[in-house]
Every structure is written in structure tokens, then in C-alpha cells.
Design a protein around this ligand. Structure first.
Ligand code: 13P
Length: 341
């Protein structure tokens, strides 16, 4: 069983490939569709995701896709299960299993991610539906004026992540462990560093206590960036240097790979940051992408819910995936963006 898990984890971070996070919950996908003037119906959600899964990007650049519960059960227009489309492209289906971040008692302004009850049974069902990896996201906000994050919330979220990861591995499913330190707010880059360091140290301590096999998991962290509203923004070189530094200090080399979230960075920033980190070299784990917005913003805009735009949307998705694939290899240049544009 451990060999099976390890092999999946390694495949998820294979050279030049990364993960498509397409697991937007009903609320989040509605927000994305609102932005492009598309009604969020079951059919529209299916059509949109089907176009992604049928694009050229899949076989070339996408090692795995994180799905939402609705999507893992959905069929394409011609009746093919969406899961089969992903598998036919040589990519691995995955599933978001957390039940969302809910207000945490006695921690005003903070959340705890729910979804552990009955998770073992749900994982069995998802395995039978084809999922070979899962995702659970813990949300860590920063608000230094209110002493956020608190020890209480950070510790509880790390513990839940570790409980989830152990349940996954028992079900032969590779856990993506995602402690996301948000880039909302006006904190500086060093505050992001400090909080991320604390979160990662705590998460790996809890993973150890829950006996999680590090070789059979993938970490999905934020990068070290200043808050969106911070007075001083950081250069690509500074983000890369600080992110690699905190990861080296906190992530054991037994972990096969680290697949970043994009977290609200611009498409090109998310690509440039990844590329700069890989170019630094000398890393004990693979670095790649597990982007939602930074892979999908462009195809969503190009599609805008119109069947005649499907080709354009697929081209936009394939382009972003290609740019990120180059970045994961440390071979991206800003010129590649212009050439394609
Ligand atoms: P973003 O890349 O849009 O942050 O989404 C990734 C994800 O899966 C967050 O849980």
C-alpha cells in the first residue's frame, strides 16, 4: 500500500506537470460565473469543466485534477464520465473532501475547517469513483492588530489536516495537505514568512503525531508574499528567496513534492514566482503548481458561457498550463508570454 501511495504522489509532481484545482464549491463557482455573466447551472458547470478536461493541456501539463463532489459524479454531454476524460488524458482524478472553513468558537475572525466526521466512509466511495488523491484546505488569516492567527486556531487546523491525511492514506488516497496563509490584508512579507513558518512547523508536528507517511503526501502551501494591500510589494526574486527559505526550514525532504496554490496572485506573478524558485536549484523536493484561479481566469473569460468560444477557452487554458509547466522546469521567460499573446 505504501508503494502505491508513494507512486501516486510522485506522479502528481512529475517533471513539467502540475495540478489543476477545479474543485470550486457551489458558492465559489457561482462567483466565478457571475464575473463572466454565466448562470451557475449544473449543465453550465459541466460544460465548462468538460472543455477543460478535453483540452490539449491535460495530457501535456496536468498530472491531476482536484474535483468537487458534483463533478466527480458528472458525465460529459456524450455520456462519458468526466473522470474518464481525465484518466484518458493520463491524468489523475482527485477530490476535495473538506466541508469548508467555519467560524471557530472563542476565536473571533478565525475559522476551523470541518469535514472529519464520516470521512473514512466518504473516501472509500471516492476511491471507487476513481479518486486517487484528495485535498483539504485550512485557512489561516493574518490580522496582527487582532492577534490573528491565534495558537488555538492554528493548532486546531493543523490537527484536523493531520487527521484528514491519516484517513486518506488508510484509504489508499494521497492527501494534499493545504495550510493556506491568506494574502488578504496589509501585512508585510516578513509577517507572511513568520506566520507561514509557524503554520508549517505545526502541521508537520501534527502529521508526525498522526503517523502520516510523508513520502505519500503532497504539500500545498502559499508562497511568501506581502498582503495585497501592503504599502510595499515584493520583487519576484524576494518572493522566491523567502519562499524557498521557509520551505527548507520546515518541510522534510521525505515529502516528494510541493504544489503551490495561487491564492489571488496575477496569472503571470504565479508563473514567474514558481519559475524563479525552481531556477534557484538545489531543492530536496519537486516544486510545481496546483493552481485554481491562475490556471482558470483566462479560459473562463475566453469562454464566457458561449459554445462558439470553446476552442478559444481551451487554447487559453493550454497556454497558462504550458507557461506554468515551463516554470516548474525553471525554463520560463517573460518573452514566452509575449510570443504567445
Ligand atoms: P487558487 O490557486 O485559486 O488559490 O486555488 C487553489 C486551491 O485549490 C485553493 O484551495
Amino acid at each position: 500500500m505504501t508503494a502505491e501511495l508513494d507512486a501516486i504522489a510522485q506522479k502528481m509532481v512529475a517533471d513539467g506537470k502540475g495540478i489543476l484545482a477545479a474543485d470550486e464549491s457551489s458558492g465559489t463557482i457561482k462567483k466565478r460565473f457571475d464575473a463572466i455573466g454565466v448562470e451557475s447551472t449544473e449543465d453550465n458547470r459541466r460544460d465548462y469543466r468538460e472543455l477543460l478536461f478535453r483540452s490539449d493541456a491535460m495530457a501535456k501539463y496536468i498530472s491531476g485534477v482536484i474535483l468537487y463532489d458534483e463533478t466527480i459524479r458528472q458525465k460529459a454531454k456524450d455520456g462519458t464520465p468526466l473522470v474518464s476524460l481525465i484518466q484518458q488524458a493520463g491524468s489523475i482524478p482527485g477530490i476535495k473532501v473538506d466541508a469548508g472553513a467555519k467560524p471557530q468558537p472563542f476565536c473571533p475572525g478565525e475559522t476551523i475547517t470541518e469535514g472529519l466526521d464520516g470521512l473514512g466512509g466518504r473516501l472509500k466511495e471516492y476511491y471507487d469513483l476513481g479518486a486517487r488523491f484528495a485535498k483539504w484546505r485550512a485557512v489561516i488569516d493574518i490580522d496582527t492588530t487582532r492577534h490573528i492567527p491565534s495558537y488555538t486556531s492554528l493548532r486546531a487546523n493543523a490537527h484536523a489536516l493531520a487527521r484528514y491525511a491519516a484517513l486518506c492514506q488508510e484509504a489508499k488516497i494521497v492527501p494534499i495537505v493545504e495550510p493556506e496563509v491568506l494574502m488578504d490584508g496589509s501585512h508585510d512579507i516578513d509577517t507572511c514568512y513568520r506566520v507561514t513558518e509557524w503554520a508549517l512547523k505545526t502541521v508537520f508536528e501534527e502529521l508526525y503525531y498522526q503517523r502520516v507517511r510523508l513520502e505519500g503526501m503532497v504539500l500545498k502551501p502559499n508562497m511568501i508574499v506581502p498582503g495585497k494591500k501592503a504599502a510595499t510589494q515584493a520583487s519576484v526574486a524576494e518572493v522566491a528567496e523567502k519562499t524557498v527559505r521557509v520551505l527548507k526550514a520546515c518541510v522534510p525532504s521525505a515529502v516528494p513534492g510541493i504544489a503551490f496554490l495561487s491564492g489571488g496572485q496575477s496569472d503571470e506573478d504565479a508563473t514567474a514566482h514558481l519559475d524563479a524558485m525552481v531556477k534557484l536549484g538545489g531543492l530536496p523536493w519537486k516544486l510545481t503548481y496546483s493552481y485554481g484561479r491562475a490556471l482558470q481566469a483566462a479560459p473562463q473569460k475566453a469562454w464566457s458561457g458561449k459554445v462558439e468560444n470553446v476552442g478559444k477557452a481551451q487554447a487559453a487554458f493550454t497556454h497558462r498550463a504550458h507557461m506554468n509547466s515551463l516554470a516548474a522546469l525553471g525554463q520560463w521567460t517573460a518573452e514566452d508570454e509575449r510570443k504567445a499573446a
